[in-house]
Design a protein around this ligand. Sequence first.
Ligand code: F6P
Length: 370
Amino acid sequence: MSNSIRRIAISTGGGDAPGLNAVIRAVVIAAANRGWECYGIREGFNGILFPERFAEGGLMRLTRERVRGIGHLGGTILGTTNKGNPLHFPIKMPDGTMREVDRTDEILEFFARKELDALVSIGGDGSLTIANVLHQKGLKVVGVPKTIDNDLDKTATTFGFDTAVAFATECVDRLHSTAESHQRVMVVEMMGRYAGWIALNSGISGSAHAILIPEIPFDLDKVAAKIRQRDQEGRMYSLVVVAEGANPTHGHRAVIEQAGVGHAERLGGIGEWVAKSLQELTGKESRVVVLGHLLRGGSPTSFDRLAALRFGAAAVRALDEGHSGIMVALAFPNVNYVPLEEVAGRMKAVPLDCDILQTGRDLGICFGDS
Ligand code: F6P
């Protein structure tokens, strides 16, 4: 094979997702089988930017022994962060104002100093955008698509998504009996940022009666009409799934914290508003459940675990084959490579003509638009 790789580093960035440890395990074992050494960078790139914060230093030596038995564990043994993006790193100016600076050169210097030949960057849009810049600056980089949100383009799915959907579906399933017993409207708010994949897939699988997603601005009168119609049919309860990024036709997305220097906007609160408004509109008692970070926890499903292991092994194969600047991607039935520049900065929203959405409509689910 055409390369001179001997030592590689792994970074896990952004929100954690079930399957991260399985990717790490696969990368380490596949690398060890080629005689390469593996190192994990702590907390995204913090291990490089702030090595003094970590008792054992910012790099963790990853051996076969170190990754034994971690494949089924949630989270990441390396730690992660969705703050302090090295491309837009926040610093305080002498006058107290905040500014963003590009610290990616420090990462390149670190790789040169530690004689690290390549990086496997496991992350979502933010991390893969950083990975693309590092590749353009000359580092050998392969990306691995992670996010519970499934909002990355050019891969059939990201790892972490299936686990989130499985748990969300179980939650919707469990709410049917309590909603029916009390003849209530139960609203379930789910993560997913600006894409409705988790809400859509779990809402349909869990037989929700209305699903509100960012891709379809909703009119609550339409949802209230659906609830009244169910009541008239003797179905005295309703389940409404709402994605955190969903927004009413005449209103705004619900935001907990505005974007600031060094951090993105935090979404949340739409479920509370939907439940309160539906109670006013229908006269029915309504309750909200916010799944929040529960969707990021737990052991990866076998689908996510296998995807993660395949991605990790493929990332090492790609480096061994001399590739850089690519992301390993699921293109059923295989894993293929796609250029990072085709992924960075793009978001995969739910296409309005996709069959999953059409399935929901055929099943009579209300999406707040008709
Ligand atoms: O991208 C993953 C995700 O869980 C989103 O669904 C959610 O909007 C966001 O991260 C939450 O971030 P934090 O962990 O900062 O609250």
